[in-house]
Design a protein around this ligand. Structure first.
Ligand code: ADP
Ligand code: MG
Length: 295
């Protein structure tokens, strides 16, 4: 017997390196008419690296001492920024002390007890609050103006320094954004937890004109729901724990497989196993072709 078109399309998607979890998903992919894309790990390569280490003068900490404590707190985290901080400490041959009481807040950061001190590493906006005037906020803002992702390190609740991180856009990001815009007739939207300046820089580099930044995981869901209420069938593409709620709320959710968190891979309807962003529009096209054959 010849294979039904949607099953052939699933096999074809597999050849592109995309795992589509069911025939229903294969069919829904062709219905999408709007796209929301995560930044870190989705439009970017997802392997950020530390570019700046700025202890606050008042703390008397060296850059290495700041990095060492931050790496200890980040060690249990699977977030790409956490891996970058740990890698930076390792490349400087710093010992990474054990951490206790680890906790993380998706879209915000991590906290842990290291050598008897409470260490928090995360979004300056979330840790400081918008109203606070703090020397660390000034350092963070300057790094963000350069398009960096700034993370604040606090010791026992007091700002101790700032780390700057950078992440390259994927080579195929701009072409993929253009392909998705052409396929759906709608400008793809960037939805990110990162700061507005880093988001704007990445958007400019990839041809994105719609940007929502500084979002918590639930804010990404709200953005998707608003598009759905405007009559859109939204494809969400993401990779992080912080993307899982939006992937679940989407008409169709796709996760980037290589750096993707377990939760994102489980929640998504399809997984880009081969880690090529350009396969996203390719699979939408496969679905449309199969649907024409089915009808
Ligand atoms: P994105 O939506 O771009 O994938 P996330 O929602 O994962 O970004 O993170 C948003 C922001 O929260 C980061 O830019 C950072 O400031 C902070 N953050 C989240 N997790 C961590 C972590 N493990 N270490 C430091 N900062 C973090
Ligand atoms: Mg991400």
């Amino acid at each position: 017997a010849t294979m039904p078109p949607l099953l052939s399309a699933i096999a074809n998607a597999g050849r592109h390196g995309v795992l589509v979890k069911s025939a229903v998903v294969m069919e829904r992919l062709g219905q999408v008419d709007a796209v929301a894309l995560d930044k870190t790990g989705t439009l970017t390569e997802g392997t950020p690296y530390v570019t700046d280490i700025r202890p606050l003068a008042a703390t008397g900490l060296t850059g290495d001492a700041l990095l060492r404590l931050a790496a200890a707190a980040e060690h249990p985290s699977e977030h790409p920024l956490a891996r970058a901080v740990v890698d930076a400490a390792r490349s400087r041959s710093l010992d990474i002390p054990p951490a206790g009481d680890f906790g993380s807040t998706p879209g915000a950061g991590v906290r842990a007890t290291v050598e008897g001190r409470k260490v928090a590493v995360g979004s300056p906006a979330r840790l400081l609050g918008a109203a606070t005037v703090d020397p660390a906020a000034v350092v963070a803002a300057r790094l963000e103006d350069e398009g960096r992702t700034a993370v604040l390190v606090t010791l026992d609740g007091t700002p101790a320094g700032v780390l700057g991180l950078a992440d390259r856009p994927r080579e195929e990001a701009a072409a993929t954004v253009a392909a998705l815009a052409a396929l759906t007739g709608t400008a793809p939207m960037l939805v990110t937890g990162d700061n507005p300046r880093a988001a704007a820089r990445l958007a400019a580099e990839t041809g994105i004109t719609e940007v929502r930044a500084g979002l918590l995981p639930q804010d990404k869901v709200t953005a998707v729901r608003e598009m759905a209420q405007a009559g859109r069938k939204v494809l969400v593409v993401g990779d992080g724990v912080n993307d899982a709620p939006a992937l679940a709320a989407a008409h169709t959710g796709m996760a980037m497989g290589r750096a993707g968190s377990d939760l994102a891979l489980q929640t998504a309807d399809a997984v880009v196993v081969r880690d090529e962003l350009a396969t996203v529009p390719a699979v939408v096209r496969l679905s449309r072709r199969a649907r024409r054959l089915v009808v």
